[in-house]
Design a protein around this ligand. Structure first.
Ligand code: BEZ
Length: 390
């Protein structure tokens, strides 16, 4: 090697060295997304569907949100509110996440919201319906892509009354989701002239329904309202049928009773009427494309949880694009998201001032393996956001 070759190499090496830090400084750091979802227990399948939906939208965006590549951190929250504070702190303090995505269980979602509000960490809730999350606990950095417990409860209460039923019994798990959906149901049903004659519940996640089914049989209401989800919903719908109640006392519920569960519920679910912000048979180009992509990727049909996860990634993309990827700019993020119309597989929706979807509640009836849309139970239903000051 002669002198001129050596010096030419040195010049190139110096140029590369000088250019490298500039190029590296221009690549934004990866966006750290912390999934706090159940991977075990009665809601495990719901957590998987949410993550699937989120990843599907991310893949459609070329793996980036707001110009940043995404890196995932995960904890199994076990749907256990008593472990929720520790779990959320693992994501915030140990993993330093930019965004929290979770959870399914209302009690866990409330604990997350408390910590997110205190720390200012961006939080997107893709299911947990606790009214307080976008009510008394609302905050500039907290968003929900699912529903408040009040919304589907209120909608099915109105729909049950519209079917001509005058009296109803309610049966739910005893925790925020069950209590608040039953309360929403009562408000909708009584406003329309109905009367609740029996209120039954059992602790989450118990599935020993027999004694309560016997009480329903002797109370003889016109119809029954219920909230269960995941594995618990499978067992409840089968037990209700096996107890001989289904043919005499029609079963209604919030849509979680039959969403993602029909394969396991079989004929026991046939005819059950529910209200929810998603349904089978919407047959819109947007939903058809989503369902096809989901089925191709995961070899199964999507459910409401998959849609909520998909829209969590959509909201994150919309908000982060507006603030150029700066997840700490909650005010800028919120301004963009509350101005946007979100093009969801469920149908277009907007975010309320409290950051909860304003959305149609479909009336659905189980037919075979589908929650067939049969009407709209409540159009553009907005949660009252009681106690929210923002
Ligand atoms: C909840 O705890 O908020 C919930 C869980 C499963 C389905 C729907 C709501």
């Amino acid at each position: 090697m002669n002198i001129s070759q050596i010096s030419r190499r040195a010049v190139i090496a110096t140029a590369v060295t000088l250019a490298m830090p500039v190029a590296m400084a221009q690549a934004p750091a990866k966006l750290k997304v912390g999934f706090m979802l159940p991977a075990t227990g009665t809601f495990a399948a719901l957590g998987t569907a949410i993550e699937n939906g989120f990843r599907l939208h991310l893949a459609e965006q070329g793996g980036k949100l707001g110009g940043r590549e995404v890196e995932f951190f995960k904890v199994d929250d076990e749907s256990d509110p008593s472990k929720a504070i520790d779990n959320v702190n693992k994501l915030i303090k140990r993993d330093n996440v930019d965004v929290l995505v979770g959870s399914v269980h209302s009690g866990v979602a409330m604990a997350m919201a408390r910590v997110a509000k205190g720390s200012g960490t961006l939080m997107i809730n893709p299911n947990g319906g606790a009214d307080a999350v976008t009510g008394a606990m609302c905050a500039v950095n907290i968003f929900r892509t699912s529903f408040s417990n009040w919304q589907p409860g209120f909608a099915i209460g109105q729909a049950m009354a519209a079917k001509g039923h005058k009296t109803a019994a309610t049966i739910t798990w005893k925790y925020a989701a069950g209590d608040e959906m039953a309360k929403g149901f009562k408000e909708g049903f009584e406003k329309a002239g109905g009367k609740i004659t029996k209120e039954l519940n059992l602790p989450f996640p118990n599935v020993e329904f027999q004694a309560l089914l016997t009480e329903i049989a002797s109370a003889k209401p016109d119809a029954v309202f219920s909230f269960f989800a995941g594995g618990g919903a499978v067992k409840f719908v089968k037990d209700y049928d096996a107890a001989g109640l289904k043919k005499n006392i029609p079963l209604f519920g919030t849509g979680f009773l039959t969403d993602g569960t029909l394969e396991a519920q079989g004929a026991s679910a046939d005819g059950v009427l529910t209200a929810l912000h998603y349904a089978d048979g919407l047959n819109t180009p947007r939903d058809n494309a989503f369902r096809l992509a989901y089925a191709k990727t995961y070899k199964m049909q999507p459910d409401v949880y998959a849609v909520q996860g998909y829209d969590a990634a959509q909201i994150l993309g919309i908000g982060l694009a507006a603030v150029k990827g700066d997840a700490k700019n909650a005010a800028g993020f919120a301004a963009a998201v509350t101005k946007a119309t979100i093009d969801s597989p469920r149908g277009k929706f907007t975010m309320s001032k409290a950051h909860n979807p304003i959305q149609d509640m479909y009336l659905r009836q189980v037919s075979g393996k589908e929650n067939k849309v049969v009407g709209i139970a409540s159009k553009a239903l907005e949660d009252p956001a009681r106690g929210c000051k923002m």
